[in-house]
Design a binder for this molecule. Sequence first.
Ligand SMILES: Nc1ncnc2c1ncn2[C@@H]1O[C@H](COP(=O)(O)OP(=O)(O)OP(=O)(O)O)[C@@H](O)[C@H]1O
Ligand SMILES: [Mg+2]
Length: 156
Amino acid sequence: MNRVFEIGALNIEEMLEFAEKFSKCLSIGDVILLTGPLGSGKTTFTKGVVKGLGGDERLVTSPTYTLVNIYNAYKTVFHVDAYRIQNSEDIFYLLEGELEDDEGIFIIEWGNLVEDNFEGAIKIYFDYDEFDSRRLKLECGVEAKVEQIRRCLNNG
Ligand SMILES: Nc1ncnc2c1ncn2[C@@H]1O[C@H](COP(=O)(O)OP(=O)(O)OP(=O)(O)O)[C@@H](O)[C@H]1O
Ligand SMILES: [Mg+2]
């Protein structure tokens, strides 16, 4: 069963701050599936994660056309957009080698489209709230992982 962690409604600065903190809770090999409607903040959130991991957030752009962007940071970040990929298994094959070798952190926008391929993933859901904020929720099928992240966020 999935454990849910309500993060609440955040404006853009708060969301970037949260993403930075969240990045410190990640381990190599983690897969983060970002799900939410068009323009709900998935790429912006990725900027915060990359910054938190010591990378240059200005290099973070939507991987819509490239399929995968790779950012150098303390941990390499693979940033993928599942939207254009018709067959959800393709995304798994696209990253297969890197996933097997735990080469970094994997962030997948439109993660709902491929979640069947990534069972232990950390899922973050985005939704519109007040016009200047987004409501975030974290979910993970691995109970221990949610607890680890919750503790890490509370201590950070
Ligand atoms: N927490 C937030 N509060 C308010 N505005 C935000 C927030 N996060 C992002 N935005 C703004 O929403 C717009 C879209 O953000 P972003 O590109 O990150 O969304 P996305 O979910 O990646 O979109 P897409 O579905 O096209 O991939 C940007 O103008 C961004 O500045
Ligand atoms: Mg995006």
